[in-house]
Structures are given as structure tokens and as C-alpha cells.
Design a binder for this molecule. Structure first.
Ligand SMILES: [Zn+2]
Length: 270
């Protein structure tokens, strides 16, 4: 399993092979006030990182192999960010900080997920931590891997954030090519992942290189909300297209065969 990431997230049918828990509890959720801040929320509160309208035992909890810190840019809208998915689904493993309010990290135990010249692959990271980095002329300060830091921001904001004193001396790691299924189109590249996708791809790739056991979907539920929302959005798009098709049939045949029908729907002509 050391090859390329299995393209199970190809965007045609992205989540079909993943082991994701039932979404039935989500379908029953009503919008209601967050128990901590009182704001109206659905599924969870993206400010307080608590569930709203559903009990904990109905929602999966994902155990991770390392601690995850997510440093969020303050202008990254919480409601649109997928960082909260990680905190809700892996509450004991994930901490979210608002940049620049973050710890000074120990560079012997911490890496930053950020692609740049000289960054390690996950495979090289694992080899480096094990001290078996034969191909690596790169010597890293890493002694063990305790914590992995992700940046949640736009691509241009991240360039400034990663040179902050608390992050700048961390070993950087980049993920293999993974194609985003994020349904918003603000990203500069289809390889620029939503934060929850990046966390998922990292732990999965880390497992592939560090475990003797074949990957068996252990972390797939990290995409529990992401896949659900993706499906809701895709369903809405399909529905809209279907509705448009239904309104449009006379237009396709236009004038010669069915002139009388076309005249009945003058507003749908393009
Ligand atoms: Zn709240």
C-alpha cells in the first residue's frame, strides 16, 4: 500500500468505497440552539465544536494515530471551514487554534503539513522518525511523531502563516497527489484540499507507511460530514437539473415538428 493514494475520492462517485457510518441520524436533525453559545445551528456548532440536535452515540468517533492541530486563519469563515468536522469526529485528538494564537511547537516531535521545496513525503516522514531514512541525505530534527499541524486558510494566507516563528522551523510534509472533491470553487487548484480531506489523506497515508496491517477504512469516518454534505449538494444539483429538463422538453424539439407545443412555452426558449 505504498503506491499512490487510491483514488477512492475521484469526483464521479467519490465516497462509495469508504466505510462511512449511516447518515440517518443527520437526516433527522432539526436546526436548534447550540447548548453552549445559543446560536442557531444544525448538526454541530462550528464555533463551540459541540453536537447540536443529535446525541454523541449516534455520531462516529474516529481514533487517530497522532495528535492533530489545526491553525485557522481568523478570516477563514468558521461556517464554511471543514476544520470543525475533525474536532467533532475526533475530539480527543484534534485541537483548533486561531492564528496567531498557537503554541510554540517542539520541532523534534511535530511536523507541518505544507507543500514546499524540500518538504518530506509521508513515506519519508515515517522513515525519518524510525531512523531508517536510507534514501535521505536529509537529516531532520525529528525523534518521534507526536503532533501534526495543518493550516486552514486560503492558499495565499498560508504562505504568510507558515513563516510565523512558531511554525517556521518545523519539518514540512506534503501529501501525495489527492484530488479535492470540495464543492466550492474558490480553490486555486483541484489539488488544494479542504482541511478535513487533508487530515484524512494524511492519516490514511501515514497508516499505509507505518502499519503492518492493511488499511481497512479505520479513518473513513473523518469524511462523515464532508461526504454527507457533498451528497446533499449533489442531490440538490441533480434535482435542479431534473426540474430544468422537465420545464424544457418543448424547446429541444422547437419549431418544425411541434410548433404548437413550442408556442405553449415561449418563456423557456433560449
Ligand atoms: Zn456554539
Amino acid at each position: 500500500m505504498s503506491g499512490k493514494l487510491k483514488p477512492s475520492l475521484d469526483c464521479k462517485n467519490p465516497f462509495q468505497d469508504l466505510k462511512i457510518a449511516s447518515w440517518d441520524p443527520l437526516r433527522r436533525v432539526q436546526r436548534s440552539p447550540c447548548p453552549l453559545c445559543g446560536r442557531s445551528r444544525k448538526y454541530y456548532c462550528y464555533d463551540c465544536y459541540v453536537l447540536v440536535g443529535v446525541t454523541r452515540e449516534l455520531i462516529p468517533t474516529v481514533a487517530l494515530p497522532v495528535k492533530i492541530d489545526i491553525v485557522k486563519h481568523k478570516e477563514e469563515a468558521s461556517g464554511k471551514s471543514t476544520s470543525a468536522h475533525a474536532k467533532i469526529l475526533s475530539p480527543d485528538w484534534v485541537t483548533i487554534y486561531q492564528y496567531p494564537d498557537m503554541p510554540k511547537y517542539d520541532k523534534t516531535k511535530t511536523v507541518l503539513i505544507y507543500p514546499k521545496e524540500g518538504s518530506l513525503t509521508v513515506e519519508e516522514l515515517v522513515a525519518s522518525v524510525k531512523g531508517s531514512s536510507s534514501s535521505s541525505a536529509r537529516s531532520t530534527p525529528l525523534k518521534e511523531l507526536e503532533r501534526v499541524v495543518f493550516i486552514d486558510s486560503t492558499w495565499s494566507q498560508s504562505r504568510g502563516m507558515c513563516i510565523h516563528d512558531n511554525l517556521s522551523d518545523l519539518v514540512c510534509v506534503q501529501l501525495k497527489d489527492a484530488v479535492t472533491c470540495f464543492w466550492r470553487t474558490q480553490w486555486e487548484s483541484k489539488h488544494y484540499l479542504a482541511t478535513i480531506e487533508a487530515v484524512y489523506y494524511f492519516v490514511k497515508e501515514y497508516h499505509d507507511h507505518s502499519s503492518t496491517q492493511a488499511y481497512d477504512g479505520e479513518y473513513d469516518n473523518l469524511l462523515y460530514y464532508f461526504a454527507y454534505q457533498y451528497n446533499v449538494v449533489q442531490g440538490a444539483i441533480s434535482q435542479r437539473e431534473e426540474n430544468m429538463q422537465r420545464k424544457r422538453p418543448a424547446v429541444e424539439d422547437t419549431t418544425e415538428d411541434k410548433p404548437s407545443q413550442a408556442r405553449k412555452h415561449p418563456k423557456t426558449a433560449q
